[in-house]
Design a binder for this molecule. Structure first.
Ligand SMILES: [Ca+2]
Length: 536
């Protein structure tokens, strides 16, 4: 989570930047990028690949929404929201009942989506942090004096320099889906949120995208005007929400086009849609890959007045604005569907729709339905997300797929469809989903799913799910076939299963890299009467 030093503490913070007694040089940390691996990547991506076997490869549209839980989508049984346009994608394609993202929070989840690998394989374990306390005095002030609400400073950081912090993100040694698809001649574009780094080597234009529109950080304002009568705002009474409103559209929240800050007056949901549609129209003669990364319905909560008016039956203001934002998002997806139909592209375009993590229960606007926990937790509410694929004529309409799948499968499916090679110097974690979806393969596509964020370890293997904190000394075990909402902990009754899973987890962890940067905060959750702290 982001770190801010407000008010009078800022004085202390500023003062200590130039006082030495508290600053300990040995605490500094460094992120190093392997030059040989970067050279290998450049040579791999510049190779000529064999001609495509058919007339042309399919266009790929990858829609990612931000913090939208399953129970805000009517196709998944929402009792509060109607989302006819997202539902239409499901009606015309395949809806996955259980899809796991590889992290319960935006940035590492997106890193896995775009690289097709567990982000922990390259040390992307937790969110990039925009500000760290840069000495012990600021650290103790944050830990003991600041009111951070449910966020808690827990880890003494190794104080980084500004330029080290800038290197947090997907390292330039990784190849994104855009990098790989460009080998096949795809036009590549991103419209929306990046959140995978903002150094020169890590921005979208340096990571395989020909065209970029959007912002580099975790969030931005939906409307640049905070006082406009055309929008309704809801500022939550929380530490993180206040930070976000204060940041507005500054720094990594600025709207950029090909790395230049631009002025943007449109509502971001509408702007991202329009930019995406224009990218399609410009590039429809060649295969294209569009990464359409909506920031909705992530905080800060801002909705167009017209949508807000349509939710007058919702009494709580917080929820009313939130539902209006989801409504606008659903309409944007409907417009995209219509535009593709009008341009005659439906049959040659595969569309993926996914959320990067579960609903953010700490906003108090979403509750993830029957699922336990939410964003930041590795319970199902955090990592089990809505996922739909539509490909007219290739995937039978109205398919429902019930074996658990991984968000990293999107990468492998796309690369397989485009007949692109993958480097053999690294492990990929996804599978091509199409043979499973059309019933050519009937076994479950994955043996196990793993999560790691600092002291939290979790895995699902077969029907067993295991969660543990190496620091807080708890472990839980669930039988997901009988208890998909994680209500009955079997860790005491089945210690032998717990040990087996732990051994499996440890051998997976040996393949992962150490975290590239330290994180310092946990978020406190009380779930079913028990206190948990998950990395934020
Ligand atoms: Ca998110």
């Amino acid at each position: 989570m982001l770190w801010a030093i407000p008010g009078f503490l800022f004085m202390l913070f500023a003062l200590n930047q130039c006082t030495f007694p508290f600053t300990t040089a040995s605490y500094k940390w460094k992120i190093k990028f392997d030059k040989d691996k970067i050279a290998f990547k450049e040579s791999f991506l510049s190779q000529d690949i064999p001609a495509y076997s058919q007339e042309r490869p399919p266009n790929i549209i990858f829609i990612v929404v931000d913090d939208l839980g399953k129970y805000e989508i009517s196709a998944y049984g929402s009792e509060t929201m109607k989302t006819p346009h997202i539902d239409r994608l499901a009606d015309e394609g395949v809806r996955f009942t259980d899809c796991y993202v590889n992290a319960p929070v935006c940035a590492p989840s997106r890193a896995g989506l775009l690289t097709g690998r567990y982000p922990t394989r390259y040390g992307f374990e937790t969110q990039p942090m925009e500000i760290y306390p840069n000495n012990l005095a600021a650290y103790y002030a944050g830990k003991y004096l600041m009111n951070t609400g449910d966020f808690e400073v827990v880890t003494k950081p190794k104080f980084p320099t500004e330029w080290e912090m800038e290197k947090q993100g997907v390292p330039p040694t990784e190849m994104t889906l855009a990098d790989i698809l460009k080998m096949r001649g795809y036009a590549t574009g991103i419209a929306g949120k990046w959140h995978l780094g903002h150094s020169k080597e890590q921005i979208p234009n340096a990571m395989g995208f020909d065209e970029q529109y959007g912002f580099y950080g975790a969030f931005t304002l939906y409307s640049e005007k905070r006082k406009s009568p055309n929008y309704v705002h809801y500022v939550q009474d929380s530490y993180s929400s206040k930070y976000q409103w204060k940041t507005g559209r500054k720094e990594t929240s600025a709207i950029m086009r090909n790395d230049k800050v631009i002025k943007e007056e449109r509502y971001t949901t509408q702007a991202i849609l329009e930019e995406g549609v224009e990218f399609i129209a410009r590039n429809k003669e060649k295969p294209f890959f569009l990464y359409l990364a909506f920031n909705a319905p992530h905080v800060p909560f801002q909705a167009p007045k017209a949508y807000y008016e349509m939710h007058s039956d919702t009494e709580e203001e917080n929820k009313r604005v939130y539902y209006a934002m989801i409504h606008a998002l659903d309409d944007a997806i409907g417009s995209l569907n219509d535009k593709l139909e009008m341009m005659g592209l439906e049959e040659n375009t595969i569309i993926y729709f996914i959320s990067d993590n579960g609903g953010a229960s700490y906003t108090k606007a979403t509750d993830n339905g029957p699922y336990k926990g939410g964003k930041l937790t590795t319970f199902e509410g955090g990592v089990n997300v809505p996922f739909i694929i539509k490909w007219k004529g290739k995937i039978p309409a109205g398919t429902v797929y019930e074996n658990p799948v991984s968000s990293m499968d999107i990468f492998k499916t796309s690369v397989t469809l485009a007949e692109c090679p993958l480097p053999d110097d690294r492990v990929y974690d996804g599978v091509n989903l199409l043979p499973y979806v059309i019933g050519e393969m009937i076994n479950p596509p994955h043996d196990a799913f793993y999560w790691k964020a600092d002291h939290i370890h979790a895995m699902r293997k077969g029907n067993w799910k295991y969660l543990l904190s190496t620091r807080d000394n708890w472990a839980e075990l669930y039988n997901m076939e009988e208890d998909r909402y994680e209500t009955y902990d079997l860790s005491k009754e089945k210690p032998e299963i717990l040990i087996q899973l732990q051994q499996d987890y440890d051998s997976w962890m040996k393949q992962q890299a150490p975290p590239m940067w330290p994180r310092i905060m946990d978020h406190i959750f009380i779930i079913d009467g028990k206190l948990y702290k998950f990395p934020a």
